[in-house]
Design a protein around this ligand. Structure first.
Ligand code: GLU
Length: 286
């Protein structure tokens, strides 16, 4: 049985891109007699708002989706992230980092566009690499030593991608992880976890078999695959879909309220109309 999840962050109103992800996952579940789960990714507490969480439930219901309750909320799962983090610390793969964004920018020598920027932004210049965990203080972030992490893995890592025309096996290249992703943050100082760590722990705990999400997150998937291997977690099949763009080719952002599902709804667009706008056409599976 397939299990899909839609995992929005309540930091703004859902827009057409979210509708596309959620409906695509929903359709796959309906066609395969599977299960659709909702997960609220609210670890970034200062940016998350209860009214956006309520709007997520309302907009998805209006689109015709349903899910089991209670929904998983990341803010309630800090203990699970902490124990995963502790495993990585015990493997000797982590170090505390006291750099601010400004420190990182200053340590980087004239970054060129497209060269020093990975899925999390600028590649960390490893200023704090090698600091022992015994020096950790509450104002530090915790990073993964990617070189050590990849050298721990025996054999090749891969995952299945079904977002293209044909299913593909994607090999995770250790050298790409080191040079393109670098020493990613596992625990931000303000939240004790990070998107990458929480997402792999939650997908495994929810027994997710298929992850449907935008192409913008495809570059983070090798990081997720690496963490799954280190933590002995299951690897779902990934479907990264094209991004919904505005008429100028710019990808939609949460700030773009004109493209919010809610705005279309208020202007008389039907759920079927939203399907057509994102190119999912008729939903023949009822
Ligand atoms: N919470 C993420 C977002 O809203 C999605 C994460 C995922 O699907 O892996 O962009």
């Amino acid at each position: 049985m397939i299990r899909e999840r839609f995992a929005p962050s309540p930091t703004g109103l859902l827009h057409l891109g979210h509708a596309y992800s959620a409906l695509m996952a929903w359709d796959a579940v309906r066609a395969n007699n599977g299960k659709f789960l909702l997960r609220i990714e609210d670890i970034d507490l200062p940016r998350c708002k209860p009214e956006f969480e309520q709007a997520i439930y309302q907009d998805l219901e209006w689109l015709g989706l349903s899910w089991p309750t209670p929904v998983m909320r990341q803010s309630m799962r800090l203990a699970a992230y902490d124990s995963a983090l502790q495993k990585l610390i015990d493997l000797g793969l982590c170090y505390p980092c006291k750099c601010t964004r400004k420190d990182i920018a200053q340590a980087m020598s004239a970054p060129q566009e497209g060269v020093d920027v990975g899925p999390d932004g600028p590649i960390y210049p490893q200023t704090c690499k090698g600091r022992p965990m015994s020096e950790y203080s509450a104002t530090d972030a915790i990073r993964l030593d990617m070189e050590k992490a990849v050298s721990t893995i025996k054999g090749h890592l891969s995952y299945t991608e079904i977002g293209g025309v044909y299913p593909e096996t994607i090999r995770v290249k250790p050298e790409t992880l080191v040079s393109y992703c670098g020493d990613i943050v596992l625990a931000r100082k303000d939240m004790g976890t990070s998107y990458h760590l929480s997402v792999v722990v939650d997908d495994a705990d929810q027994n997710i078999t298929h992850v449907t999400r935008g192409q913008d997150l495809a570059s983070a998937t090798p990081i997720h695959r690496q963490l799954q291997a280190l933590l002995n977690l299951s690897t779902p099949t990934y479907r990264h879909h094209k991004l919904i763009r505005d008429e100028n080719g710019k990808r939609l952002a949460k700030r773009d309220d004109a493209r919010a599902i809610r705005s279309y709804r208020e202007n008389g667009v039907t759920p079927q109309g939203i399907r057509e706008m994102v190119g999912l056409g008729l939903n023949l599976i009822q």
